[in-house]
Design a protein around this ligand. Structure first.
Ligand code: IVH
Length: 717
């Protein structure tokens, strides 16, 4: 195979595995294997920059920031939808359009979730993603191509081809059947690969899944950055960034649902008859259902909750069934869209204003109510961030009693002029934490006083501080009891030291009894002291102490994560543990040293330096060392990054005595090795546990060396 052929093959492979992961949610290879393909692709591109095209998988991120967005004229108007509130209004819509055209009486309908995101328009020429725009005023939008390219669910080249054998996808497993419905076939069962037309423009919704939104906000809050109000607002804000690197850091995804333009290539001259290839161009879909199928087989992400119905009653019944189940969808919806399936009939029905007659948005009841804001309280987080929240007069929103709601940050309270005693509008959507939208000004009595943020920490009374460029206020007293509870809670959590049997209740008990004044005190707890606490019997105490002792052997990356340094999560901690041999080496590093590590910017570097500069933290790290909680990392003094397992790939089979799967992964990675899922001739070692599986046979057949846990540990000291 020539290098160019290999390059083409890698592009296809990376695109395909990207599709499996981001569109089907059903990866076939591990992250490490994906990274390896990408690394090889980038290596070839570095040698042959002339081969790199904008649709190369390496080009998703990296475009430089724009000055402003250019305008784009849409090839056809990007329409909106009329609303129907309840089944009565949906039936009235059906009757109205039946009168206009009697073919409606026998029409089929497609029902899809109405995703609460940002409408985007994607252009493909000869199967290559060439432009993406916002909706704008429906005629002219803004060119946000570079930002859209960072969304991995958007195919850069269609059809997404595969030379891998198909597997069954969990992501496409059917939702509960409902009435007489038709469902889309799983795309990996496609019999022939659809071919795109010469020019294709599709419309879709860019959005964030609720879970990803919550995680993003948590991360922003911990870093003292401004949080977003809701997933919709995040999607809009992230796509409007002039710097695509910021968009790339937001977990955006997309689903497509509408055809804006479809132009086949001009007919061939008569002396060049079009050859009848098996993958001939797909013809323009004539129904919404066919459209979804076609888009799916080209490799676009489409909803798996769409259904087609033979009559309006069943379509309405299906729509209504989602009102109580809307939280089962991973994203926010404010209703369902009912569409006439026949695209030609829908088109001929025409438009009223900006709303096509052929479809209607069936809106679910709003999840916004007003209630009284009794009090504004302040929570102190693990990193000392002060977060205000609302104590509300209890109120029901969509079947749930809400008593607390977030107020985001002190700037938000000031911007919206939210005052204790106000009647406020509160929104609860899906699984998102309820939030206060703002006060109902017309209901002010005049007695409400503007809110002033606390000048001192509500828990320890120390003055609060503010950093340039951040919205958050901090309590920087490391001995603050509220922070201590959160700190210990974080220290013992699953991704950190993972101490089983040490839940929040016990953490609070230990701190209240003065047995724990910092995280290092956990390792010097005495059985007789614990037995004096309420609810501590012999067995519980033994188990707790055993769990704590076992955690002392966690690898360095986990200990670094556990310290709870601002901005240092599991990924950064793993990078640090590869670069430094032990905690004292990390403590000695300067901000410049730290920034030499890939992925560590000035803010994180400074946060690390600041953390170790505090005498209290120095004392904690000294106590940890004295207690034997002092893992040795992969980094060698003077030869950072060169771990004992550098360049090695290890596969595990069977049950290991001394490690869980997560632990062995962390251990191998902390020594700069890679853990992969399947044995190949490139595997360095097979790590053998009890009751091994077929990997053992495969390793033997391929001549891969088999080692035990002891040997692994020896290799790492
Ligand atoms: S169809 C002519 N389908 O809802 C068809 N819209 O006001 C117009 N939306 O701005 C759109 N999910 O951004 C359609 N499955 C879906 C949708 C959807 C979300 C948004 C779209 C539009 C708004 C309707």
């Amino acid at each position: 195979m020539t290098t160019h052929e290999r390059y083409e093959q890698l592009c296809k492979k990376v695109n395909f595995h990207n599709y499996r992961y981001h569109v089907l949610d059903a990866p076939l290879i591990s992250d490490a294997e994906y990274d390896k393909l990408m690394a090889e692709l980038k290596r070839i591109e570095a040698e042959h920059p002339e081969w790199v095209t904008p649709d190369s998988p390496s080009q998703r991120v990296g475009a430089s920031p724009a000055e402003k967005f250019e305008k784009v004229r849409h090839p056809a108007p990007i329409l909106s939808l009329a609303n129907a509130f309840g089944a009565g209004e949906a039936r009235a819509w059906f009757e109205r359009i039946s009168k206009i055209d009697d073919r409606v009486e026998k029409a089929k309908f497609v029902v899809e979730p109405k995703i609460d995101g940002l409408s985007v328009v994607l252009h493909y020429r000869a199967g290559v993603f060439v432009q993406g725009a916002t909706r704008g005023d429906g005629e002219i939008g803004e060119d946000i191509t570079a930002n859209l390219r960072t969304i991995r669910a958007i195919p850069l080249r269609i059809p997404v081809e595969s030379n891998e054998k198909p597997a069954t996808s969990d992501a496409l497993k059917d939702l509960p059947l409902f009435g007489s419905t038709r469902q889309l076939a799983a795309s990996n069962q496609r019999s022939s690969i659809a071919q795109p037309p010469a020019y294709l423009v599709v419309r879709g919704e860019a959005f964030l899944n609720v879970k990803d939104f919550e995680e993003l906000n948590k991360r922003l809050e911990e870093n003292g950055e401004k949080t977003y109000l809701n997933p919709r607002n995040t999607a809009a804000g992230s796509l409007r960034q002039l710097d695509p690197a910021i968009t790339a850091s937001r977990p955006l995804t997309l689903l497509v649902y509408q055809l804006i333009a479809w132009e086949d290539s001009p007919p061939q001259p008569p002396n060049h008859p079009t050859p009848q290839l098996p993958n001939h161009p797909t013809s323009r879909p004539t129904s919404q259902w066919e459209l979804l199928e076609t888009l799916q087989s080209l490799g676009f992400p489409i909803t798996n909750a769409a259904r087609r119905f033979d009559d309006i009653q069943s379509a309405i019944a299906y729509t209504e069934s989602w009102a109580s189940r809307r939280d089962e969808l991973p994203y926010e919806t404010d209703g369902m869209v009912i569409k006439i399936d026949d695209l030609r009939l829908a088109d001929e029905l025409g438009i009223v204003g900006k709303d096509p007659r052929g479809a209607i948005a069936f809106k679910f009841p709003a999840r916004e109510v007003t209630t009284r804001l009794q009090e504004i309280r302040v929570n102190v987080g693990r990193t000392g961030v002060l977060t205000p929240y609302a104590v509300l007069e209890p109120v029901e929103i969509g079947g749930v009693i809400v008593e607390r709601a977030t107020l985001h940050n002190f700037d938000y309270i000031a911007e919206k002029d939210i005052r204790p005693g106000d009647r406020v509008l509160v929104k609860r959507a899906g699984e998102v934490i309820p939030y206060v939208i703002g006060p109902v000004m017309d209901l002010r009595t005049g007695a409400e006083k503007p809110y002033t943020p606390p000048a001192a920490c509500p828990d320890c009374g120390q003055p609060v501080e503010h950093f340039e460029g951040e919205v958050a206020w901090y309590c920087l007293n490391a001995a603050c009891p509220a922070q201590l509870v959160r700190n210990v809670e974080h220290f013992v959590s699953k991704g950190a030291m993972d101490i089983t049997g040490l839940g929040i209740k016990i953490v609070e008990q230990l701190i209240a009894a003065d047995l724990v004044k910092d995280v290092a005190d956990l390792y010097t707890l005495k059985k007789e002291d614990l037995l004096k606490l309420e609810g501590f019997a012999d067995k519980k105490t033994d188990n707790l102490l055993k769990g704590i002792r076992a955690s002392a052997h966690q690898p360095l990356n986990r200990l670094i994560t556990a310290l709870g340094i601002r901005g240092v999560g599991e990924v950064v901690a793993a990078d640090l543990s590869r670069a430094f041999p032990a905690l004292d080496w990390l403590a000695k590093a300067s901000a410049d040293d730290l920034q030499r590590i890939e992925g560590i910017g000035p803010n994180i570097a400074q946060a690390i330096v600041d953390w170790f500069a505090r005498p209290r933290n120095q004392a904690v790290s000294g106590k940890l060392r004295a207690a034997g909680v002092w893992p040795i990392g992969a980094g060698e003094p003077g030869s950072r990054g060169e771990g004992a397992l550098a360049g090695m790939t290890i596969v595990v089979t069977g049950t290991l005595a001394g490690f869980s799967r997560d632990e062995v992964k962390a251990y191998i990675e902390s020594h700069a090795g890679k853990l992969t899922d399947s044995v190949s001739k490139n595997t360095s070692y097979l790590l053998l546990g009890e009751n091994p599986g077929s990997k053992l046979e495969k390793a033997k057949a391929l001549g891969v060396k088999v080692i035990g846990e002891e040997e692994l540990r020896k290799m790492c000291v």
